[in-house]
Design a protein around this ligand. Structure first.
Ligand SMILES: Cc1cc2nc3c(=O)[nH]c(=O)nc-3n(C[C@H](O)[C@H](O)[C@H](O)COP(=O)(O)OP(=O)(O)OC[C@H]3O[C@@H](n4cnc5c(N)ncnc54)[C@H](O)[C@@H]3O)c2cc1C
Length: 338
């Protein structure tokens, strides 16, 4: 096990924030993870598990041990008439996994194309896009309990998935390292093109016969046109969740702001488009120093170069405050603040 000291995390987060980890190491297998976590060195320092760093905002140096997950490998574990079950190392890049599924004709994750980060973090916040969430294809996962030093499986119900939520963000926060995730992928695709501009994009592409490749391509091109490329402009995708409010509150807001955007969600609730609320408060395109609110999508906060995590965090505070003042709605951050 190689431990680096005062290691720059700038290349390891999509926000590109220049902070250091006091200690940094990688693990490529469950055995390597156990070796590190059971070492006397590890007992002396707090640990942070890092995947692709695409859902983290570092606001200061990390005074502990950052462990980067590099467990690779994709294998078929079983199949039945309907599904192929595929086990994937937590350190596999999510989009590479999606492309693997598409190449092999395994359906279910095509709407989740081009989401940055690793497979291991996908259940953390039940990643979702274009009408699909990880829970829809989830089979089970394995996770290592840091203190109990045991590996245990988690079923779908045990993960307690919700909108950008799971048991790993709440009850078991910082307790487990997810080492692999298994998915049940459809042998016969069930296409989901009703969300957003997918159908419009497919028409533009001239697609006559629907395939999972075509849907993936459509989503890649929509996402590329709407979201900044984090390799050029640092960001972590949607910075805030879409807030959920009771239907009667929604009707009241709609009376005052007829243009407000909301979607029915669960019983008697509405999910508001956080981007719309932020835009109405005048933040879209805002820039202070190198911290800003992206000009094409107000939900995305960006680092134009040398912004500090604190500057981006402070901007998010100001946004939360102004949305609260104008609409009485409290925005919650989707990004993990460290
Ligand atoms: C341009 C852009 C677009 C995005 N679009 C979407 C989108 O459409 N939908 C969506 O849901 N998200 C989106 N995201 C957010 C992000 O890609 C996902 O949340 C992704 O799953 C994060 O994966 P990661 O490996 O980068 O996690 P990291 O940022 O490295 O970690 C996130 C959290 O999970 C923990 N963690 C990571 N791996 C493990 C593990 N193996 N075991 C235990 N804990 C772990 C970390 O400690 C941290 O708390 C987007 C991000 C960007 C930059």
């Amino acid at each position: 096990m190689q431990i680096r000291e005062n290691f720059s995390l700038k290349p390891y987060s999509t926000f590109g924030i220049d902070v250091n980890a006091k200690y940094f190491s990688t693990f490529h297998s469950v055995d390597e993870l156990k070796e590190i976590l059971n070492s006397p060195f590890s007992n002396l320092h707090s640990q942070l598990i890092l995947g692709g760093g695409s859902n983290i905002l570092f606001t200061k140096d990390v005074d502990g041990l950052v462990l980067k997950n590099e467990i690779k490998g994709i294998e078929i574990i079983s199949e039945d008439n309907e599904f192929i079950y595929v086990k994937t190392g937590a350190g596999v890049n999510w989009h590479e996994f999606v492309l693997y599924c598409i190449r092999n004709g395994y359906a279910g994750v095509e709407n989740l194309s081009l989401i940055p980060g690793n497979v291991g973090a996908s259940p953390m916040q039940n990643i979702g896009a274009y009408g699909v969430e990880v829970k829809d294809v989830f089979h089970q996962l394995e996770a290592y309990h840091i203190n109990e030093k045991t590996l245990r499986p988690f079923s779908l119900s045990e993960c307690e998935f919700g909108y950008r939520e799971s048991v790993f963000k709440r009850k078991y926060k910082n307790e487990f390292v997810i080492t692999s995730v298994s998915f049940g992928l459809n042998k016969t695709p069930v296409f989901n093109t009703s969300y957003g501009a997918i159908q419009q994009e497919l028409d533009k592409m001239g697609v006559k016969e629907l395939t999972i490749q075509a849907i993936s391509q459509a989503i890649i091109s929509i996402r590329s046109s709407k979201l900044p490329d984090w390799k050029e402009v640092g960001n972590a995708g949607s910075f805030f969740k879409n807030p959920q409010i009771h239907q009667h509150e929604f009707h009241e807001l709609k009376r005052i702001y007829p243009g407000i955007v909301g979607f029915p969600f669960k019983s008697e609730h509405t999910k508001l488009a956080a981007g719309w609320l932020i835009e109405q408060c005048g933040w879209k395109g805002y820039k202070k120093g190198d911290a800003g609110c992206y000009e094409k999508q107000a939900l995305v906060l960006v680092n134009y170069g040398k912004a500090t995590g604190k500057e981006i965090f402070d901007l998010s505070e100001d946004i939360i405050q102004s949305v609260k003042n104008k609409f009485g709605v409290i925005l919650e951050r989707e990004v993990n603040i460290l």
